[in-house]
Design a protein around this ligand. Structure first.
Ligand SMILES: CC(C)(COP(=O)(O)OP(=O)(O)OC[C@H]1O[C@@H](n2cnc3c(N)ncnc32)[C@H](O)[C@@H]1OP(=O)(O)O)[C@@H](O)C(=O)NCCC(=O)NCCS
Length: 151
């Protein structure tokens, strides 16, 4: 549990640093291993151009997300993951709010994402709307969701 003395810090992670290596471990553990997959089977080279954001408690990484620029107006949130031991503590929310604020400051107008069906309620609470029919990605049902950042 988070103790009073613990502080959640949300900050950007630089590509190809020790924190980036930790980020990959966390994403593999939360987003791929439970599906019988490995993150390391994918080509991650393009991630050098992404924005990587981590949530830290006492310098331990407990959450992560990535932002990929789609065009001048639209940016995509991907790989949103909070360590199982640290869920329901508003860490996911803090990551998304940080991502929205930093994207807005850079001039992006719309945040897009492919939400796992099981996570729809999380994004719904954060103001995201479903904009597609259900589709399959990594063998599980997803929906496209979006939020206007200018509102
Ligand atoms: C989805 C996930 C990122 C949420 O992180 P979290 O830190 O536990 O979420 P938070 O504590 O910030 O929750 C914020 C709000 O969303 C709600 N919420 C969280 N996960 C939810 C879910 N799966 N379904 C419905 N509501 C959810 C919380 O109850 C909370 O609501 P409240 O404001 O009424 O209290 C986390 O559960 C996770 O990593 N899941 C596995 C990976 C995953 O599915 N990632 C998303 C891929 S698209």
């Amino acid at each position: 549990m988070i103790e009073n003395r613990d502080k959640i810090q949300i900050r950007e992670i630089s590509y190809n640093t020790p924190d980036y290596t930790k980020e990959l471990v966390l994403r593999d553990k939360v987003l791929r291993k439970p599906l019988g997959m490995s993150l390391y089977d994918a080509n991650l080279d393009a991630e050098k151009d992404d924005v990587h954001i981590g949530a830290f408690v006492n310098n331990d990484m407990v959450g992560v997300l990535i932002l990929t620029k789609l065009n001048a107006d639209e940016i995509k949130m991907r790989q949103v993951a909070v360590d199982e031991d640290w869920r329901s503590l508003n860490i996911g929310r803090a990551l998304v709010v940080f991502a929205e604020e930093s994207s807005k400051m850079k001039g992006f107008k719309t945040m897009l994402l492919n939400a796992r069906k099981a996570a729809i309620g999380f994004y719904d609470k954060l103001g995201y709307e479903i904009i597609s029919d259900e589709f399959m990605e990594i063998n599980i049902p997803h929906y496209k969701m979006c939020k206007q950042l200018s509102k």
